[in-house]
Design a protein around this ligand. Sequence first.
Ligand SMILES: NC(=O)c1ccc[n+]([C@@H]2O[C@H](COP(=O)([O-])OP(=O)(O)OC[C@H]3O[C@@H](n4cnc5c(N)ncnc54)[C@H](O)[C@@H]3O)[C@@H](O)[C@H]2O)c1
Length: 439
Amino acid sequence: MSRNTADRLTVFSDREEPRSPPREQTVSVVGLGYIGLPTAAILADRGYRVHGVDVRPDVVATINGGGIHIHEPHLDALVAKVVRSGRLTASTRPGEADVHFLCVPTPINADTSADLSYVEAAARSIRPHVRRGNLIILESTSPPGTTERIVAPHAVPPEFEVGRDVFVSHCPERVLPGRILIEAVENDRIVGGMTTRCAEKTRRFYEMFVTGGIFTTSATAAETAKLVENSFRDVNIAFANELSMMCDQLGIDVHEIIELANRHPRVNILSPGPGVGGHCISVDPWFLVHACPEQTPLIRQARGVNNHKPHVVLRRIVDAARARGARTIGCLGLAYKADVDDLRESPSLEIVRELRAMDEFELLVCEPYVVANRFTEFPLTDLDDVLRRSDVLALLTDHAPFRNLPFETLQGKSVVDPRGTWRRTLREGGAAKSLPRAA
Ligand SMILES: NC(=O)c1ccc[n+]([C@@H]2O[C@H](COP(=O)([O-])OP(=O)(O)OC[C@H]3O[C@@H](n4cnc5c(N)ncnc54)[C@H](O)[C@@H]3O)[C@@H](O)[C@H]2O)c1
């Protein structure tokens, strides 16, 4: 197997318009979640015949009915359109295609090591359908070496040589939930090929639907670059979270300190929050830590700081409730970040779970982005009810419906606001001094 890695970065172009795809080229997208479904829909809209694959029959049925099972702006209309046109079909079984995308989960195990079983299963599942000339692209965020050590050995039939008969690459996704349809097309992309030819073929494919710059490198460099991006975010958020705990100890307002420090022309501190969640930033740094345990003490420590933060916020809520002898706590938001329905690794959900386990307070929880019958762990309450009945209000996820609540709805309550979202409302309402400081 040729391993002539294309490890030098090349900027190819900043095109305004993607090219048109060769007629009737087929694409298979394995894994139809937050990444796979938008990718499948965009490619179908560009004119490819797309065969979407998911192990969940309910997901397949929903998509074939022209619907979607996740919340992402404008995705419903796009999926309805491409399903109606016959360009996107879904199935629980993989099939033949010119290009095979793997967009399956890459979670961590209980010991924080990478769980690559989904990638391995997806790679195995396409192997009977891989033909000479096919392109296989891993989009899942993966530890360094996954494309070479897991995808190629399991997906490529033994009679084929990578770089000559079939082409295998990694192209990490950098989309922001809520803007996936825009960013999947407009963001710059890193294309890491197992060989130079793999990278080149993959670059040409992405040029068909991506308008951002496309940068080619080796598969391992592409895997590592994506993990470095998310580790950078995690370390910087950990710094802000550490400052919030330090300022609590000093009895000063962390948000004011950060605003003041950021007046320095070369300082740009992020905002603290209740912790770090989601499937990416709270997970991906571990892939680097496990790859190079001796060389990554800072990245590991940042994970520790961010994982500790929900406990600090929990303590603040409990202290605020006990201080006023409150019975009812209102928790606003369960998702890991604003205006998404994604609960994976969410610190907000972790805080609510721990509060419930204490069994000391009546908890009213509002999560407007989660469809109530899809969430069965505990009952959800509508916003008006939470605001009317709670003595203590914790803003755990700063969803749009919560951000601009009028001062009157907060007045007289103890407020825990880890991101400082309501600071201005409280200040302008003249109540800031009488309320507990945010954690
Ligand atoms: N969600 C994001 O914002 C985001 C951003 C950048 C990168 N990523 C990365 O993209 C990858 C996918 O993430 P996601 O958020 O789309 O996950 P997801 O859980 O939303 O979707 C994955 C889908 O794959 C399906 N699946 C699992 N195993 C399968 C198999 N063997 N065959 C077919 N289908 C299978 C699941 O049923 C699920 O529907 C992960 O590596 C993630 O880290 C995600």
